[in-house]
Design a protein around this ligand. Structure first.
Ligand SMILES: Cc1ncc(C[n+]2csc(CCOP(=O)(O)OP(=O)(O)O)c2C)c(N)n1
Ligand code: SF4
Ligand SMILES: [Mg+2]
Length: 348
């Protein structure tokens, strides 16, 4: 279907957002994924999140690795910058781009194979260094593109479509992200757009290393009975911790005990409707415990798992100046003869 181009003409009455774009301006090419693939629902959620947040598409850089999931940036935000890199290498390519131009909003899209197999080291270091990005893994428990082998996130004991049982222990990317220091950690489900869109919006406004694990069933290879990544299994075991009623502008507290307001670094506010009374997403240790406890019971905790409203970023650690490096002028780039002489003397 790639030969079919989407019509570029829009109906003149389509609603525009505050920056003058219609929802269609945030779309990409026609998807070549299998009909019913969870990844397409995630692309739709990204489109909606960016449109509703009034993000100008040319302010976004979307990066990916290799896999069905990593193909998806072609299906949204066609007016954004983008690079489909090498298998597992999205984080380092994105880190380089972000260091060179911190003014763009970086969205890294990856798969469970891409991030938990070949790219595990890259994932770990992007999180621990606080690369300001949205790191979104479209997690189906298999290598979809190469025909459905178990990926490292497949649960031990889950069965493949052909009947083989996975004996290896699963890598849980949410637990890893929490341990590694990601400052925004969430899990969504491609079959629950109402939950997923605000999770993506919160991540886009976070300003630090924001990780979202999105369980995204592969209808071709991992949607059968015995799989723990099928639509049915996830619906039955989804333990939502909270719901974000995302609010763009700071508002007065509601006084409602079932609601928690978490301010973001950019001045916006995350308003959380608590669904599990004992979960406080501002407490990393308790978030880790909640995740482990629910997962040990065979449940899949979803929602905003952890947020640090004041994220520590790689750019702060490296003391980088504000703005893109290619716009630094000579005065900023050349410290002057005296400063150079002092520097040289200190090295002698
Ligand atoms: C260096 C390298 N090794 C192996 C491959 C083969 N390969 C392509 S995609 C893929 C796995 C994709 O799985 P995942 O990231 O989970 O994406 P999905 O297709 O499931 O969305 C593999 C192993 C490759 N392209 N490059
Ligand atoms: S093989 Fe699986 S992951 Fe790939 S497009 Fe088809 S359903 Fe989606
Ligand atoms: Mg996969």
């Amino acid at each position: 279907m790639t030969y079919i181009a989407k019509p570029s003409l829009h109906h003149p009455t389509l609603t525009k957002n505050k920056v003058g774009y219609t929802r269609r301006d945030y779309e990409g090419r026609i998807s070549t994924l299998c009909a019913g693939c969870g990844h397409d629902s995630i692309s739709a959620a990204i489109i909606q999140a960016c449109w509703q947040l009034d993000i100008e598409p040319h302010r976004v850089a979307k990066m990916s690795g290799i896999g069905c999931s990593s193909k998806t940036p072609d299906y949204f935000l066609s007016a954004s910058h983008g690079l489909n890199s090498v298998h597992g290498r999205m984080p380092s390519v994105l880190t380089g781009a972000s260091l060179a131009n911190r003014e763009l909003l970086y969205l890294g899209v990856s798969g469970d194979g891409d991030s938990a197999s070949i790219g595990l080291g890259q994932f770990a270091h992007a999180m621990r260094r606080g690369v300001p990005m949205v790191y979104l893994v479209e997690n189906n428990g298999v290598y979809g593109l190469t025909k459905g082998q178990f990926s490292p996130t497949a649960d031990a004991g889950s069965r493949s479509k052909k009947g083989a049982t996975n004996t290896d222990v699963a890598i849980d990317l949410v637990s890893l992200a929490l341990q590694l220091g990601a400052s925004y950690v969430a899990r969504g489900f491609s079959g629950d757009k109402a939950q997923l869109v605000p999770l993506i919006q919160g991540a886009l406004q976070h300003g630090g290393a924001a990780f979202i694990d999105v369980v995204s069933p592969c209808v071709a290879f991992n949607n059968h009975a015995g799989s723990t990544r099928s639509y049915d299994h996830v619906r039955e075991h989804n333990a939502a911790l909270n719901r974000i009623d995302f609010i763009d502008l700071a508002e007065a507290p509601t006084g409602d005990a079932a609601v928690m307001d978490v301010p973001q670094a950019d001045g916006s506010l995350l308003r959380l409707r608590k669904l599990q009374a004992d979960h406080d997403p501002r407490d990393r240790l308790s978030a880790m415990t909640t995740v482990q406890r629910l997962q040990a019971q065979g449940e899949l905790p979803t929602g905003l798992i952890y947020v640090n409203p004041e994220p520590r970023t790689l750019h702060q650690q490296m003391k980088l100046p504000a703005g893109a490096l290619n716009r630094l002028d000579e005065a900023a780039l050349c410290p002057g003869t005296e400063a150079l002489a002092r520097l040289n003397a200190s090295l002698r």
